[in-house]
Design a protein around this ligand. Sequence first.
Ligand SMILES: Cc1ncc(COP(=O)(O)O)c(C=O)c1O
Length: 400
Amino acid sequence: MSQSKWPELEQKLFLRTFNRLPVTLVRGKGAWVWDDQGRKYLDFVGGWAVNSLGHCHPVVVKALEKQAKTLIQASNQFYTIPQIELAQLLIEHSCLNRVFFCNSGAEANEGAVKLARRFGKLRLKGAYEVITAYSSFHGRTLAMTAATGQSKFQEPYIPLPDGFINVEYNNIEAIKQATTAKTCAVVLEPIQGEGGVNVPNDDYLRNVQHWCREKGILFILDEVQTGIARTGTLFAYEQYGVEPDIMTLAKGLGSGVPIGAFLAKEDVSVFSPGEHGSTFGGNPLVCAAACAVVRYIVGHNIPAQVKRVGDYFLTQLKSLQQQFDFLKHIRGRGLLIAVEFNQDIAEKLVLACLSRGLLVNKVKPNALRFMPPLIITEKEVDRAISILEDTLKEIRNPKH
Ligand SMILES: Cc1ncc(COP(=O)(O)O)c(C=O)c1O
């Protein structure tokens, strides 16, 4: 499909970790991206649930330009202002009291688990085990591979770091059974993103929180994908009536600028100086951008917009379901949505949508996921639905 010279070059130069689609992206604006052949695509992948304000949003560009001319990097040995302002914003708008900045989701989760282990050592007689869920995804470091309850990520790297117990998601009894005197925390995604957009029962997280409080262990939410308005509230925990002891963030926080963070309640914030750190974490450049993102999202009530447009998107998808009986299941909240088919046609659909100018993600062999920028309009949703409809018709009635 592509006339581009870049894919061939990439094949020669890189370790083989990514199965890339045959498109070389060179430019983006809002919910749209362009490839090096001048073709335009509506982006419902959004940098993998990252471009919260879309591509090259003016407030992000302006913040980066200004900060790039002022101070790009300084050691965390010194105070810098953008990271303190970002900390203030996140703490003001969440139930947590203290923050640590890093560079990615995996690092945020590593830090959260280190904090939980520190807590275990100091307050729980050395408890260190962490319970996580099957079908979860927490990142690619060795410890987060052990935390991620999917054997396809774990098997190539066995033996993995000790101290992670994977149990069934959306099953409080499984957590109760796995809890022992060695347990220091439970780590869960409020909605499992990479696992296929799995939305738990309404009372699941409340029951987990209740169990954690009863046992004195930490309740940690990985909001790397669900946080920063993705599901229609600034943080997904707000919709479930819970307050985590620790929450991790990344992805949408910088709208494309790499940043991660973990936040903790005061009584859990047990690190002493030197026990954790990062060279780039909290860097002035990325924090200035993230400040602009969070101010915009809060100031323009983007969570309410996400709920409205997300609900509209769900309704339109449900009307597609009337037409296509092989579209089995639609699930999600806000602008994190998946559709599941009764056949493994996701790969085919991704390529067919691509050729019609729509980027979507295959989250499972039989399921597509949509995670567009949070600023998409109903009109853009209509465009995506119309491309999907044409694509599904083609799959149903293939041309010979
Ligand atoms: C819930 C969740 N946690 C952690 C991560 C890992 O984030 P990163 O790729 O920035 O390390 C991801 C990435 O998809 C994620 O969805």
